[in-house]
Design a protein around this ligand. Structure first.
Ligand code: PLP
Length: 342
């Protein structure tokens, strides 16, 4: 059997249908805004979320970084969870690109509450502290194991932002996982966030692409910021076509990834070598071995069976299900987990 790669949902390759959509795409120079397929993808996402504008970026990191730039001035501060991708995994981009600092909140599995946001706002007249101007949320959370926000809490965070004149950005790298898992309406998200980055290359399975959506006032400068970051692309409609295909064919099927992740979580909970499995809400399973010293041996047992998962450090192991993880692979993985003796 082929390698079973469960390190991330970014390891997928385009399906045959997606390849056909790519090959047949009508393209143009997107830096001149003349790529009809990119324009169609942007319009499709803007409409889906009920927002005015959308802009195609090569990566999720660049879309998030552009959003931070659009909402802040150098020396400002943004509020995010201590596990947020924008803080931990974008190479320090918030300080490099925007000159802002991050106020880290000790949230729950990567999620923060309205009360925590309020507590962490610096008094705007106290000029010794950085000015708080932005809140960044992540849904689903990556380091938090695919956890989904309660939408009611997001609405409360919006109220706090309104009261304190803060912008609200959503890192939606896996937003479609949350929408499918919680049966939510994208338009509700469009109503509460100022900007949302929606990634196409994770659960949705395209080779690249994240679309930043927002209302025209804030998005007015997005083209310039993307250019500054080096993200203006030319005949990128080939990849936008993959995105349109993914939105039309790969959204509902995320439920299959969630079902398999849940079964993996259940199997892991039954194994004597596992100390704890975090709640599985979408396609990410985070677990801890009883004896962290066995981590290398555990990974070696999986390697023998041609299976790869992620070691996130501090005893945290991560499995992510995705489009290229078939039912056959799933059954084999469950059997391998049951057979391991540590
Ligand atoms: C929550 C989250 N945000 C943003 C990103 C960044 O995406 P990219 O790898 O396209 O820069 C990732 C990537 O894994 C992610 O998990």
């Amino acid at each position: 059997m082929k390698e079973i790669d469960l390190r991330s949902d970014t390891v997928t390759k385009p399906t045959k249908g997606m390849m056909e959509a790519i090959i047949n795409a009508e393209v143009g120079d997107d830096v001149y805004k003349e790529d009809p397929t990119v324009n169609r993808l942007e319009q499709k996402l803007a409409d889906m979320f009920g927002m005015e504008e959308a802009l195609f970026f090569p990566t999720g990191s660049m879309a998030n970084q552009a959003a931070i730039k659009l909402h802040t001035q150098p020396a400002d501060q943004l509020i995010c969870d201590k596990w947020a991708h924008v803080y931990n995994y974008e190479g320090g981009g918030a300080s490099f690109n925007s000159g802002v600092s991050c106020k880290l909140v000790d949230g729950d599995r990567g999620m923060i509450t309205a009360a925590q946001v309020e507590e962490n706002i610096n008094p705007p007249d106290f000029y010794h502290s950085p000015l708080t101007t932005l809140v960044c949320l992540e849904n689903t959370t990556n380091k938090g194991g695919g956890a989904c926000y309660d939408f009611e809490e997001i609405k409360k965070i919006r109220q706090v932002c309104d009261q304190h004149d803060l912008a609200l950005h959503l890192d939606g790298a896996r937003l479609f996982n949350a929408l499918v898992a919680k049966k939510e309406d994208p338009k509700d998200y469009g109503k509460v966030f100022d900007t949302i980055s929606v990634c196409l290359s994770k659960g949705l399975g395209t080779p690249l692409g994240t679309v930043l959506i927002g209302n025209s006032k804030i998005m007015k400068n997005a083209m310039r910021v993307r250019k500054v970051l080096g993200g203006g692309m030319r005949q990128i409609g080939f990849m936008a076509a993959a995105g349109i295909y993914a939105l039309e064919n790969h959204v509902e099927r995320l439920a299959e990834d969630h079902k398999r992740a849940s079964a993996i979580g259940k199997t892991l909970r039954e194994q004597s070598y596992v100390a704890e499995v975090e709640p599985v809400e979408t396609n990410i399973v985070i677990f801890y071995l009883k004896d962290p010293a066995n981590e290398a041996a555990f990974m070696e047992e999986l390697k023998k069976e041609n299976i790869r998962i992620s070691n996130m450090g501090q005893g945290k192991l991560r499995v992510v299900t995705h489009l290229d993880y078939s039912e056959e692979m799933h059954q084999k993985f469950l059997e391998v987990l049951k057979g391991i003796k540590l």
